[in-house]
Design a binder for this molecule. Structure first.
Ligand code: SAH
Length: 474
C-alpha cells in the first residue's frame, strides 16, 4: 500500500484548479459539493463553469496558462488540481506543491501527484472510495458501478438517520455490547422503520423507543425470487440483494452452481428440488417450510428458476403465506422464454412473422385434451413450450392435425443462456426426432413459429460452436 485513504474537510478552504476542460469540470463539480473555495485558472470557460461562477460557487481567472506564474497567484491554497494536459503547467504546479506542502492532483499523471482521487460511490454521509493507486482508473470506475448496483436504494436515508440517532442511542442503551447489537440489527434488517425527520425532531425519545421496539419485534419475511434462466449475469440487482441478505434459502434443482455461489455464505441452504410425478406432496411441504422458517423471524429466500410466476408455482406459495399472515415480496426474474430467445437470437414477436407469443406448458398430461389446439395451430404466432420434451410427439402431432404447417420452423434450446447452451433447429414435423437424435436434455425449451428460423442466423451466443446448427441428418 503506497497511499493512505483519508477524507479531507475542504469546506471554505482555498482550492486552485488549472484548466477548464471536461475533466476539470468533473473535479470542480465534486469540489463544489464539499463547499471548497474554488479558483479556476484557464483561458476559456465552458457553460457549466460560467453558470457556477454566476451562482457564486467559484471564481474564474482568465489567463493564458502558457504564461502562468503559479508562485504569483495570491494566498496559497490547501489543495490544487492540475487538469490542463500542458506539461509545463503540470511541472510548475508539482514543484510549487512539493515546495509548499500543498496537496496536488495532476490528471492522468500519477508521478506528478501527491494525492490521488479515488472513484467515489456517494451516498453521503456514506462514502465508498475505490483506488487502484493510479494503476487503472477504468477498473476503479467499473468496480464503482458494481458497488453502486449492490447497495440498496434507501441506504442514504438509513445512514442519515443513523447519524442523527447516534447520540440518543448512546444515551438510551448504555452497554456498548447491547448498543452494537442494536446497530447490527438496525442495518441488517430491511424492515427498518425510517422515521419522518420532523417527527423525529419533535419527539426524539419517543421515536427512539419506537425504533428499539420495532427492532425487537421484527417478523420474518419470505422473498419469492426469480433467479433467471441460469446465467448468473441475468440475475436482477434485487435478486442478488435478497440472496446476499437471506438467512435461509430454499432453492430449486434448476438453480445452477454459479448462482448458488452468490448466496450469502452463512445462509442455511435447503434444496427443495422436485422431480416430476410427486409434485403435490412436495409443493405442500415447501409451502409449509416457508411458513415455518418465516415464523422464526428469519428472512427466507425462495429461489426459483426463471420467474416465480411463470410455471413456477409461486402463486400457491404466496397463497399459503397469505393465509398465515406472513409478509412476502416477489422479485421477478427473466423467464426461460425471454432468456432463451435472446441467447439464441430468436426475436419472439418479429413483426413480419408473429402477432403474439404464447407460453405453454407441455407437462401436464390432463391438459393435453382440454387445450384449444385449433387456436395454437393458427399462423403468425409464436409458441414457446416449457417442459415440452417428454410430450413433444403429442405436441407435434396435435398441432399438425389441427392445421399447423408441418414445415413450420422450430428451435429447441437446451440449457439456454448457460455456457453449455445448445440450440437445435429444424421443422415441426421433425420435432420429436430431433430431440431424440440429439439427446436433448432438460431444461429445454421449444420455440415453434416462423421466428424460430432466426436461431440459425442470429445465434450470437454460441455461434462458433459446432453444436449450434445441428439438424436432422435424414
Ligand atoms: N419459472 C421458470 C419455469 C419453470 S418450469 C421460468 O420462468 O423460466 C421448468 C421449465 O422451464 C423447464 O422444463 C424448461 O422447459 C424451462 N427452462 C427453464 N430454464 C431453462 C433453460 N435455461 N433453458 C431452457 N429451458 C429452460
Amino acid at each position: 500500500m503506497n497511499y493512505l485513504p483519508i477524507n479531507i474537510k475542504l469546506k471554505n478552504k482555498t482550492v486552485w484548479v488549472f484548466g477548464a476542460g471536461e475533466v476539470a469540470t468533473r473535479k470542480i463539480s465534486a469540489l463544489i459539493k464539499v463547499k471548497a473555495r474554488i479558483h479556476c485558472f484557464a483561458k476559456d470557460f465552458n457553460d457549466a463553469i460560467s453558470t457556477w461562477e454566476a451562482a457564486g460557487k467559484l471564481s474564474t481567472h482568465q489567463m493564458d496558462l502558457e504564461d502562468i506564474d503559479i508562485s504569483n497567484l495570491g494566498k496559497k491554497p490547501q489543495l490544487m488540481v492540475s487538469a490542463t494536459g500542458n506539461p509545463i503547467v503540470s511541472k510548475q504546479a508539482y514543484e510549487f506543491a512539493e515546495q509548499h506542502n500543498i496537496l496536488l492532483n495532476t490528471v492522468d499523471e500519477p508521478d506528478l501527484c501527491n494525492y490521488l482521487t479515488p472513484a467515489i460511490v456517494d451516498r453521503s454521509p456514506l462514502l465508498i472510495a475505490i483506488s487502484t493507486e493510479g494503476s487503472s482508473p477504468v477498473l476503479a470506475r467499473l468496480l464503482k458501478q458494481k458497488i453502486e448496483k449492490l447497495l440498496p436504494f434507501g441506504l442514504q436515508k438509513i445512514v442519515k438517520q443513523a447519524k442523527s440517532l447516534r447520540p440518543l442511542i448512546k444515551k438510551k442503551i448504555k452497554q456498548s455490547q447491547a448498543r452494537r447489537a442494536f446497530w447490527e440489527q438496525y442495518f441488517d434488517h430491511d424492515n427498518q422503520l425510517i422515521l419522518d425527520e420532523t417527527q423525529f425532531e419533535e419527539n426524539s425519545t419517543q421515536a427512539v423507543n419506537q425504533l428499539i421496539r420495532h427492532n425487537q419485534t421484527t417478523k420474518g419475511k419470505v422473498y419469492l425470487v426469480g433467479a433467471g434462466p441460469g446465467n448468473p449475469e441475468l440475475l436482477t440487482i434485487k435478486a442478488l440483494q435478497v440472496m446476499q441478505k437471506a438467512d435461509v434459502v430454499l432453492h430449486d434443482q434448476l438453480i445452477p452452481q454459479p448462482i448458488i455461489d452468490l448466496i450469502r455464505k452463512d445462509a442455511q441452504m435447503i434444496d427443495v428440488g422436485k422431480s416430476a410425478g410427486n409434485h403435490k406432496t412436495k409443493q405442500a411441504n415447501i409451502n409449509q417450510l416457508l411458513v415455518e422458517w418465516a415464523n422464526k423471524g428469519l428472512r427466507v429466500c425462495r429461489l426459483k428458476g426463471g420467474d416465480p410466476f411463470v410455471f413456477g408455482r409461486g402463486g400457491e406459495e404466496i397463497q399459503t403465506l397469505n393465509e398465515h399472515g406472513i409478509d412476502f415480496e416477489i422479485v421477478p426474474g427473466i423467464t426461460a422464454a425471454i432468456g432463451c430467445a435472446a441467447y439464441s437470437g430468436i426475436p419472439l414477436t418479429h413483426r413480419d412473422h408473429a402477432q403474439s407469443v404464447t407460453f405453454l406448458t407441455g407437462h401436464c398430461q390432463s391438459s393435453q385434451d382440454t387445450i384449444d389446439w385449433q387456436f395454437y395451430a393458427k399462423d403468425k404466432q409464436t409458441l414457446v413450450v416449457y417442459m415440452g420434451l417428454i410430450k413433444s410427439p403429442v405436441l407435434q402431432e396435435r398441432l399438425i392435425t389441427h392445421g399447423k404447417n408441418p414445415e413450420e420452423p422450430i428451435a429447441i434450446i437446451e440449457n439456454g443462456t448457460a455456457e453449455n447452451q445448445r440450440v437445435v433447429t429444424g421443422q415441426l414435423s421433425h420435432l420429436s426426432e430431433l430431440i431424440q437424435e440429439h439427446d436433448v436434455q432438460s431444461p429445454a425449451l421449444i420455440v415453434i413459429g416462423e421466428v424460430a428460423q432466426y436461431a440459425e442466423q442470429f445465434n450470437w451466443y454460441n455461434k462458433n460452436e459446432a453444436i449450434t446448427k445441428l439438424k436432422l441428418s435424414a
